[in-house]
Design a protein around this ligand. Sequence first.
Ligand code: SAH
Length: 450
Amino acid sequence: MVNKNDEFKLNITGYTSEGGGVGRFDGQAIFVENTAVGDEILCHIIKAKKTYAVGKIAKMIKPSKSRIEPECEAFKMCGGCSFAHITYEEELKLKAQKVEDAFQRIGGLSPEFEEIISSPEITRYRNKAQYPVRRENGILNIGFYAKKSHRVIDGGDCLLQPVEFTKIIEIFRKWINENNITVYSETTNIGLLRHIYLRKAFATGEIMVCAVINGKALPESEKLIEKLKEIQGFKTLVVNINKEKTNVVLGNECEAIYGEGYIEDILCGVKIKISPLSFYQVNRAGAEILYKKAAEYAEAKGNVLDLYCGTGTIGLSLAKNVDSLIGVEIIPEAIEDAKINAKLNGIENARFICGDASEAAKKLSEENIKVNTIILDPPRKGCAEDLLKTVTEMNPERIVYVSCDPATLARDCARLDAFGYKAEKVTPVDMFPRTAHVESVCLLKRTFNN
Ligand code: SAH
């Protein structure tokens, strides 16, 4: 049994799903942040529980061969990156392993695992950031939440974000100070500016700036706009109203106070309109690779149903090769964007339904709509079980499941297996370098005759 303040030699042998290091001592799992597989450390226990313990590095005895010096000064405090301290090769290896482990342990499945596809860019690949704005002891912090906390550490120049974002944050900082703009406090629910939310369309260079406020209007906005105009690509300033006592970043109400309130990108050759509330993959170059793989698995022909379609990106990238496309998505603004995207690209064989995926699928199934391929791309929690059943009752030849959480993907593939669809191939795609997240795409085929 390990106790608090114990110190002993520990070899790090694995990673948790959040990216922390793990070793074993006395039959117990010991979790140590910021370690790498292969590290030999002197471990100091800071928390001891019955079945596990948490330690910190008291001394590095022998560092792992895969260790590198993190380029970011905020790495140890910031909750954003998990792997800035190991080589990218090692990161890819452990992410591929994470996907395989999920399929085998959670799903009890052994599909063919194709090689993990790396991200075209490892730094500055993100096209979206939400910076909390807080004041602590009089000091204004605009940045990111510290690990497992809501304390804001000043972001500095985050290496995952485009350089323009850092410049925009500095413009806000000056504007807040010079105009006495109040900033939000999570404890009192008082103060105006909550978050600065930025998006960049990499193919066109267009930038959207969104101020999330606990109030009705942004004071002194003219002064802010004048400064933002100095940023190349700045296209629109949007105010998003969020007066709730919640840690959900965005409210439902948006108002463009400069420009059109949206930006446009190009993805897989398709023009995409992006509004503040619509989902859009954060790594555009990675998304092109992911969608290409999804298209290869879909071998799309006939009729395609794209569930959880967002602004229609995956379906629209296939639309030219198929007879018909139906997209389903719950956010009204995203569905409006999807319809416009179809029009912008001269795609006439697509229609989009706003609603819950389970309910829409049930309706389509009752209408006896014939589909050859179904695409699933749900949020992290995966698909509702009744949706998986409905989807299989629609008898598609193929299901292509795109997922940002290997655990729920594996769980859902096991459920689909019970309904007669076998997971044949999986490709992990690293859409989120340096963080603990990994995307995967899985091909499932019908095993019964229609
Ligand atoms: N396929 C899109 C979006 C994937 S993200 C793309 O690649 O860009 C998941 C999407 O599912 C989000 O747009 C989210 O708004 C939507 N969503 C979440 N819950 C849903 C539900 N119950 N029914 C339909 N769509 C849902």
